[in-house]
Design a binder for this molecule. Structure first.
Ligand SMILES: Cc1cc2nc3c(=O)[nH]c(=O)nc-3n(C[C@H](O)[C@H](O)[C@H](O)COP(=O)(O)OP(=O)(O)OC[C@H]3O[C@@H](n4cnc5c(N)ncnc54)[C@H](O)[C@@H]3O)c2cc1C
Length: 646
């Protein structure tokens, strides 16, 4: 099952010495070993595999304590500014010259260069855990750069930073001290939701001439991007066309204008790259801070917040790496919950070949093109993973398993007008309409048949329903909500969350080539070894389970929601303290239409929730077309609370 390139004896000796260091490997010990081992380019020849699009990373070995990689960089290839998430990182140049730039993080979370150097053949670089750097092989260089890297412990994520453009300085609001008596608003989470609430707050406070100090916490290094737009993979596309992705509800063309100014081929119905959208959000956020009034200040603290305590007239945020903070208002923008682990308690043996979180930036780079991969799930996360796997010329099979084996539908190649559902929906929503999951799906099917009979497309019906989904969700009795989750959710989501046309073509190509297959099957058990996993699955309709062997299993169930999904500690703590109320379906927490927390019908007017935790009341609360409205409403609610006499 394993397809590891044959290793030369000096590499085996090197790995043996690393093993002898035990669990706590220090940077000095690795450097000493790299010096002593005299590893050279010939020792790593099987791992030197240049790629045209980006530098290649080949895994030599991985244990709980360390990971060893060989990196090959063609002239002009390089990394962005990144750190190693606290791991020790030591590397030796085996061929060519590395240009390393080091950075320091500034108060606005961007990084500024603080020095650079060249490392030549045989030289060693070390990061004991706190270095932010970028490495490249100069464009003018004549030869590939090859380096061997040791990370201890293995890093799940190269945390990317954005470097500031030359000669720019942080916006004044980042440099300004908090004015005495300026109320503090703490925002937990700096993804789209947190960053856009901050952007609106800056504008609204300036407009009201209101002093304000905003503190935004995020454990990640990037601002506004979150898991969705942090991806460096250029094949990952938005699943909403450019015309629907403005960050602001009152300026619907904002993103389209920004994107088409940079690339005139982008039109209203283009599905741009997700990382470009991340750049738009960052730019938008920084522009808002730039325009903040003279009485406003803002801080970004790179921290995870687990505990928020209620105090007299506000909240105390317990911080681990900075002074604790007292805030008048707290905004919870914690975003997506961790994916459900479908193999929880059904796994035995080593988990070395199980990728539980496909969004951690390095997870997939360990998979070789000839290795077989099983995707658990066949939704948009599985499509993201498939696209990343297809970046390298793939010969190993990729199989996607899900209960129904249904792939997401594709967007049409051209835009079509929405079909208004009110004629059939309105009677269901009347107080005597007794809306149920069954009546809803029956009427929706009828509307689709009618549209198709008239030469229209089912997507026009589904998209026409979207502006009404929150109203429908609120009207459904809660036992009907449960019925929807059990029986209709998978079909609704496959129809509603669709692939961009370019992505759909790539997936069809992989299906036609026989590289990708899907199956309706239930995973019963997994037995992991160091070099692969035996999966026991029962296909839909099959009389007995079968055992399938894969080199890798990737959890593609996507962001978690519903019963059995763990709540972030900060949310669980606030529920425990009676400051938030969870919903019976486990989708999130109760909130008013403005996003104010609600506990047993009592509004808590200084605690605001935004993002997927609001699915409990909104259902549609995860994508930009809804979140941009929620962010504006949430900021207005915060400002109103602050303007009240203290
Ligand atoms: C792969 C993927 C693709 C998507 N594509 C699209 C698309 O094309 N169009 C669209 O409209 N929507 C898309 N979405 C939906 C997308 O999630 C939203 O558009 C939006 O990014 C959600 O932002 P958020 O801030 O609510 O959550 P997140 O992006 O999850 O951000 C939450 C942030 O909070 C931080 N955080 C969480 N807890 C804490 C804590 N306790 N302390 C400190 N920091 C914390 C996290 O580090 C994270 O940065 C996609 C989602 C995914 C997952």
């Amino acid at each position: 099952m394993m397809h590891v390139a044959s290793r030369c004896p000096s590499i085996d000796t090197f790995l043996g010495e690393l093993d002898s260091l035990g669990a706590n490997i220090t940077g000095d010990a690795v450097v000493e070993m790299l010096v002593r081992s005299r590893l050279g380019i010939d020792d790593v020849a099987p791992y030197v595999t240049p790629q045209a699009d980006t530098y290649s990373r080949r895994r030599v070995a991985r244990t709980e304590a360390y990971e060893v990689l060989v990196l090959t960089w063609l002239p002009g290839q390089g990394s962005g500014a990144h750190d190693h998430a606290g791991s020790v990182s030591a590397f030796k140049i085996l061929s060519g010259t590395a240009h390393e730039t080091r950075f320091a993080r500034a108060c606005d979370s961007l990084v500024d260069p603080i020095g650079s150097r060249e490392l030549h053949d045989g030289e060693i670089g070390l990061d004991a855990g706190d270095v932010i750097h970028a490495v490249r092989n100069d464009r003018a260089s004549k030869e590939p750069l090859v380096s061997i890297h040791v990370y201890a412990p293995p890093i799940p994520e190269l945390r990317g930073f954005t470097s500031r453009a030359a000669e720019e300085v942080p916006a004044a609001a980042f440099l300004r001290r908090r004015l005495p008596h300026a109320p503090v608003v703490a925002i937990v989470g700096g993804g789209y939701s947190g960053a856009m609430v901050a952007a609106h707050l800056m504008r609204k406070a300036a407009h009201a001439d209101q002093p304000l100090h905003v503190v935004m916490f995020d454990r990640q290094t990037s601002i506004a991007e979150g898991a969705a737009y942090r991806t460096p993979d250029s094949s990952h596309r938005l699943n909403v066309p450019a015309s629907g992705m403005s960050a602001f509800p009152d300026r619907p063309d904002d993103f389209l204008r920004w994107a088409s100014a940079r690339d005139p081929s982008i039109g209203p119905y283009t599905f741009p790259q997700r990382h470009a959208y991340g750049e738009y959000l960052r730019t938008t956020f920084f522009e808002a801070v730039e325009r903040a009034g003279a009485k406003c200040s803002i801080e970004i603290r790179p921290e995870e917040i687990d505990v928020v305590d209620r105090i007299d007239d506000g909240w105390r945020i317990r911080c681990s790496g900075s002074p604790r903070l007292e805030a008048r208002v707290v905004v919870l923008a914690t975003g997506h919950r961790r994916p459900l682990d479908p193999l929880h308690q059904r796994w035995s043996g080593s988990r070395a070949r199980y990728i539980e979180d496909p969004w951690s930036s390095l997870a997939l780079s360990a998979i070789e093109p000839n290795e077989s991969v099983c995707l658990l799930g066949t939704g948009l996360t599985a499509i993201d993973v498939l696209q990343s796997l297809l970046r390298r010329r793939r010969t190993g099979a990729v199989v996607g398993f899900s209960r129904r084996g249904v792939l997401p539908a594709a967007h049409r190649e051209t835009a079509l007008p929405l079909i208004d559902p009110l004629r059939w929906l309105e009677p269901l929503l009347r107080p005597d309409g007794r809306i149920t999951t069954r009546s809803l799906t029956r009427q929706l099917r009828r509307a689709i048949h009618a549209a198709e009979a008239g030469g229209q497309d089912w997507r026009q019906v589904v998209d026409g329903l979207r502006p009404h989904t929150s109203t429908i969700w609120r009207a459904l009795p809660s036992d009907e909500g449960g019925r929807f989750l059990r029986h209709a959710r998978a079909f609704w989501e496959a129809a509603r969350h669709r692939m961009a046309p370019t992505v759909a073509r790539e997936v069809s190509g992989a299906l036609d080539a026989g590289i990708f297959r899907t199956a309706a099957a239930r995973v019963i058990a997994a037995r992991g070894a160091l070099d692969g996993v035996a999966l026991t699955v029962r296909r839909r309709g099959a009389p007995a389970p079968e055992v399938r062997e894969f080199d890798w299993i990737v959890n593609c169930t996507g962001p978690g929601s519903g019963q059995g999904t763990g709540l972030p500690p900060v949310i669980a703590g606030l529920i425990g303290a009676g400051c938030l109320e969870g919903d019976p379906l486990g989708l999130g927490v109760r909130s008013t239409p403005e996003g104010l927390a609600m506990v047993r019908d009592r509004i808590i007017d200084n605690l605001v929730v935004i993002g997927s935790m609001r699915k409990a009341d909104e259902w549609e609360s995860t994508a930009v077309p809804e979140l941009r409205v929620h962010a504006a409403l949430a900021a207005e609610a915060v400002i109103q609370r602050i303007l009240q006499p203290h």
